[in-house]
Design a protein around this ligand. Sequence first.
Ligand SMILES: C[S@@+](CC[C@H](N)C(=O)[O-])C[C@H]1O[C@@H](n2cnc3c(N)ncnc32)[C@H](O)[C@@H]1O
Length: 222
Amino acid sequence: MDLASIRNAYRRYANHYDRVFGPVFAQGRRFAIETLNEKPGQRVLEVGVGTGISLPDYHPSTRIVGIDISPEMLAKAEVRAREECPEGQVEDLLVMDAEELDFPDNSFDSVVAMYVASVVPNPDRLVSEMRRVCKPGGDILIVNHFASRNPVLRGLEKGLRPLSKLVGFRPDMDLDTLPQHEGFERLSVRKANLFGYWKLVHYRNGDVADEQDDAPRAAVGR
Ligand SMILES: C[S@@+](CC[C@H](N)C(=O)[O-])C[C@H]1O[C@@H](n2cnc3c(N)ncnc32)[C@H](O)[C@@H]1O
């Protein structure tokens, strides 16, 4: 998948996204935002904020910056922020590539990406950028559909792969594609729908500088 086909897909989705994907993805979003809301007063980056469907659910003291590659999705988020969030809570909504975040290191207390990891061309770069802009010790949350362990469903997901460009996501992304190593450990992997196809992966960001002093642990996407 490339950025042009992703932009095209979400240009088409923008007007119908909340109706079609609002309820389907709701539980994963709710779990992620509840986790973030356990620490009020944070500055959070939401990567791939889309139509801003989660914005009204953040704790009122949380400050949010959202980025997305689709101007049409972001336009919906702007209306929602204005109409449904306390004034000033949403600091900024910016057109930006999740794989090249235009923020300095350590800019945010926590970083979240919901249903984005299987959309971007390089999930490694996405995670690497999320880590870079997140302060050491901050939470990094990824909600996504991950390939099924059931061989029949797995075959079906692989069969759908050629449609990725059209539908705007990869249906067969494996959970193990996401990094896990010392300094960047998964605190938990939580099922986020009835059958567990959607999951919330919760990481605690290690100190990236320490890892860079330690060659074997610096390997993931940096
Ligand atoms: C499936 S939607 C998820 C939207 C929202 N996070 C939600 O919970 O419904 C994926 C979003 O990621 C955005 N996206 C895809 N690739 C991106 C990239 N490289 N950089 C930033 N946003 C991207 C899309 O435009 C779209 O809004």
